[in-house]
Design a protein around this ligand. Structure first.
Ligand SMILES: Cc1cc2nc3c(=O)[nH]c(=O)nc-3n(C[C@H](O)[C@H](O)[C@H](O)COP(=O)(O)OP(=O)(O)OC[C@H]3O[C@@H](n4cnc5c(N)ncnc54)[C@H](O)[C@@H]3O)c2cc1C
Length: 408
């Protein structure tokens, strides 16, 4: 058996979070290995603007995440490909007259955020990784086993039989994290009772650089703006809906689905002319009780998954990455080892509170909007109208969603 490969930090998963962490740590004298199950894909991304040219998975990145990606050298690649700035956000209640309109000019900004296709972001991060001499990429390679040796280092065994010995193993392997499972991190989790249907839709009217969201009793329905042409207007659809109804919607033929969608969205952008292939994801809230153990840390979806209704998932994940990198690099300057529990606990202390607060807020929103009782409907509509008129409160909410309020 060959000797294990030695490294300071082994990152499992080269999705958005894992790739970003490797870049954030690069250039500081650490040896970094990234393990990714998917093969490296160098095929050019589609440059056309037709329905099937868009990645159905998108994320709404707030300005704070954009700034971090720029700092790690990965924003330019996204900007050079394509993204769509959204300057307004309109949220309204299907059961009443309550609505809130947010506009970036209210907080002196040029955009509230950008809608970015997942694969464009992963590709840009991946290209940047290849320029870093201190990062070794192992792909396709799947983590199979994980344990600790007597000296406290983490031993990682890959499906190919290759072994690694790392001072710190970071789980960036997503919601169903294998690292989390193998190292016995406990989680608190429950089903939201929702699935999300995602797709790209072509609509009749220009989206006006607006992120639209209608709260239905069965779940929120979002139309997020995508780049288009003079004659063709596209949005990314994220329809969170009671799991009981999802099968029926997925089974509809394209034209029927477009008609149902059009009605559910009150034709705010006119007719829904066409829809790409639909994909469906179960939505589960999950939060690890601890993000760290000696020699191991969880980040982003491996540590927490949250309802997509406020588009905060990877925005929180990138904050995890930034804080973990900051603590590891500070520790290195002090001569502490990356896997030290004291160092890792500083990361956990700084991140758990914000993540938990956001998860509770999303759960609260979801429950509030599914209540059919008249007094509650009246209250939430009056509340929305109140927030819409209360400029300082609205500004504060916008700044929080944009990540420009310090919440540590
Ligand atoms: C419908 C929907 C809409 C969303 N919209 C938004 C939004 O608007 N804004 C937002 O901020 N967030 C949004 N999110 C959340 C966001 O998509 C996730 O937070 C983000 O993709 C998580 O990134 P990650 O890098 O942690 O995990 P992942 O993207 O899951 O990456 C994990 C990586 O690990 C690899 N991997 C897994 N297991 C192994 C293994 N054993 N060995 C090696 N490699 C492995 C995988 O191949 C993958 O590349 C949304 C989520 C959903 C479901």
């Amino acid at each position: 058996m060959a000797e294990p490969l030695l490294c300071d930090v082994a990152i499992v998963g080269a999705g958005i979070a894992g790739s970003a962490l490797a870049l954030a740590l690069s250039g500081h004298g650490l040896s970094i290995v990234v393990i990714e199950a998917q093969p490296h894909d160098s095929a050019a991304l589609p440059s056309g603007l037709a329905l099937e040219d868009f990645d159905p998975r998108v994320v709404a990145l707030n300005p704070r995440s954009q700034a971090l990606l720029a700092q790690w050298g990965a924003w330019q690649g996204v900007a050079d490909y394509r993204s769509c700035a959204y300057r307004h956000m309109t949220v309204w209640d299907a059961d009443g007259t309550g609505a809130i309109d947010f506009d970036c000019s209210d907080v002196g900004a040029t955009a509230l955020g950008h809608i970015v296709e997942n694969r464009a972001l992963v590709r840009s991060l991946g290209s940047q990784l290849q320029t870093c001499a201190d990062i070794r990429m192992l792909a396709p390679e799947r983590l199979q086993a994980c344990s600790r040796d007597v000296a406290g280092a983490v031993l990682l065994e890959l499906e190919s039989g290759r072994q690694l010995r790392a001072g710190l193993a970071v789980a960036a392997d997503g919601a169903n994290s294998r690292v989390r499972e193998l190292l016995d991190f406990r989680t608190r989790e429950w089903d939201y009772g929702h699935h999300a249907i995602v797709a790209t839709v072509q609509v009749e009217h220009d989206h006006g650089a607006t992120a639209w969201q209608r709260f239905l009793p069965t779940g929120p329905l979002a139309f997020l703006p995508l780049p288009g042409t003079d004659g063709a207007h596209y949005c990314s659809l994220v329809w969170s809906i009671d799991s009981a109804q999802v099968e029926g919607l997925m089974a509809l033929a394209g034209p029927e689905f477009c008609s149902v969608l059009e009605r559910a969205f009150e034709q705010r952008l006119g007719r829904v002319l066409d829809c790409s292939r639909r994909h469906c994801f179960p939505l589960r809230q999950r939060h690890a009780l601890d993000y760290v153990q000696p020699g191991a840390a969880l980040v982003a979806d491996a540590a927490h998954t949250i309802h997509p209704l406020a588009g905060q998932g990877i925005n929180l994940g990138l904050q995890d990455v930034a804080v973990l990198a900051e603590e590891l690099l500070r520790a290195r300057q002090r001569g502490e080892v990356p896997g030290s529990l004291a160092v890792l606990k500083r990361y956990q202390r700084r991140r758990k509170g914000e993540n938990l607060t956001m998860m509770l807020a999303m759960e609260g929103f979801k429950r509030l909007f599914e209540q059919p009782a008249l007094p509650l409907r009246w209250l939430r509509n009056a509340g929305m109208r109140g927030v819409d008129r209360a400029r300082p409160l609205k500004q504060r909410l916008m700044q929080q969603a944009m990540g420009v309020v310090d919440r540590e």
